[in-house]
Design a protein around this ligand. Structure first.
Ligand SMILES: Cc1ncc(COP(=O)(O)O)c(C=O)c1O
Length: 397
């Protein structure tokens, strides 16, 4: 199959390079979009579930078109090149040296979270996590017959921080795993090397396996920050860790069901493979194709995306600073803003803003009563309209 360059053009096709377009609103009606169908027929701007309204990189679209044109979609293994492309990507972007055999392909990251919870300890043991957090972190332990221990992040003047004393105190002799989210959905934190080393030290001392969900690692918005995988920063924990990653958030292909775990420890990896055998479906043919094109040929698009998202992030932060009753901390990564609406006195802020024409995620689902989560991965003009609606609603309440 021929391969395209980053703009999606094949050689011979060359015209003036087309700048990536994040401003045009793509009509997603009729595509089964969960985000848009929730409000079909209603004048509500959907800024909830975490996918973006942008087309994927042109190189990804071209690779998918080639694969679809082939026409046979049998059971599919990962392309030979993919593991090596991942190894190079992780070395370059995350300074993490991984071996290709550490990679286990998964049909979705939530699948990985659920599998992970069953890998340490047994029925009735516990999994600890930091809240507010992406809702499957709260349900996955239960699915594996584990108790879920929630430790709230600390809301300080300079942002969300881990309260290590509280975390330490919450760990019981039956706690066998920490579920970490880094970058953290929904608060947008990128944990520092010092924080990660403290987490690793704590887990080693208390004999916890760590499952580190790093799905948002390609969405670091601050140019002076970079993503540090826990297992790279603290190699001593690597043998006891699973790191979950995916191209889905970064390249906007979550509907293609493609993710992977990096599991350096042989016993843990064998337990994962055993838990998956005959149970977990493999990644589909198009997911593999898209992932390869994204990581191999998507760098220019990715850089342009980060630039655009940073602009959207700045806009949201400026507007929130000026809105009475709403506040948020700086978003270091992700396209998600975690907004504290408690000062508005509105009992159900998700419903309140939905009635004003903006569909946000309800903070209660994340363990954050009185908060809403706003997804700013959309054309700026749409975001401006949504922020305008929120401003007007608060002024007239
Ligand atoms: C932290 C985190 N993990 C996992 C997922 C979902 O992953 P998948 O769609 O691959 O199951 C999301 C989606 O928003 C997420 O934010």
């Amino acid at each position: 199959m021929s391969s395209a360059d980053e703009t999606g053009l094949r050689s011979g096709d060359r015209r003036e390079p087309v700048p990536f377009d994040f401003d045009t609103l793509v009509d997603r009606s009729g595509t089964g979009s969960q985000k848009w169908d929730k409000y079909a027929g209603r004048d509500v701007i959907p800024l909830w579930v975490a996918d973006m309204d942008f087309r994927s990189p042109p190189a990804v679209m071209a690779a998918l078109q080639d694969r679809v044109a082939h026409g046979v979609f049998g059971y599919t293994s990962a392309p030979d090149e993919l593991a090596q492309v991942m190894v190079e990507h992780l070395a370059r972007d995350c300074e993490w040296r991984v071996e290709p055999q550490w990679i286990v392909w998964l049909p979705g990251l939530v699948t990985g979270l659920n599998l992970a919870c069953s890998l340490a300890g047994g029925t009735g043991d516990a999994v600890v996590t930091l809240t507010p957090v992406y809702p499957p972190f709260l349900s996955a332990p239960r699915h594996a017959q584990r108790e879920c221990i929630r430790v709230p992040l600390e809301d300080t003047r300079d942002g969300w921080h881990i309260d290590f004393d509280r975390l330490e105190a919450a760990i019981t002799p039956r706690t066998r795993m920490l579920l970490l989210c880094n970058p953290h959905n929904p608060v947008g934190r990128v944990y520092t090397g010092d924080e990660l080393r403290r987490i690793a030290e704590l887990c080693l001392r208390r004999d916890l396996t760590v499952c580190s969900d790093e799905i948002h690692c390609g969405l670091i918005l601050d140019p002076d920050r970079r993503h540090l995988p826990l297992a790279a920063v603290a190699p001593a924990i690597a043998e006891h860790s699973l790191t979950l990653m995916a191209p889905s958030k970064t390249f906007n292909i979550p509907g293609l069901g493609m993710s992977f775990a990096v599991v350096p420890g042989v016993p843990l990896r064998q337990r994962l493979l055993k838990a998956m055998a005959g149970f977990t479906p493999s990644v589909n043919a198009l997911g593999f194709t898209a992932a390869l094109a994204a990581y191999r040929d998507g760098a220019l698009w990715h850089a342009a995306l980060l630039d655009y998202l940073s602009g959207n992030r700045d806009l949201v932060e400026r507007r929130m600073a000026a809105l009475p009753g709403l506040s948020m901390h700086h978003v270091e990564a992700t396209y998600l803003a975690w907004i504290d609406a408690r000062e508005t006195g509105v009992a159900d802020p998700q419903r309140f803003f939905e009635q004003a024409g903006v569909g946000l995620s309800d903070g209660r689902d994340f363990g954050g009563d009185g908060f809403v989560r706003l997804n700013f991965g959309c054309p700026r003009a749409l975001l401006e309209t949504a922020l305008e609606r929120m401003t007007t609603a608060l002024a007239h309440r």
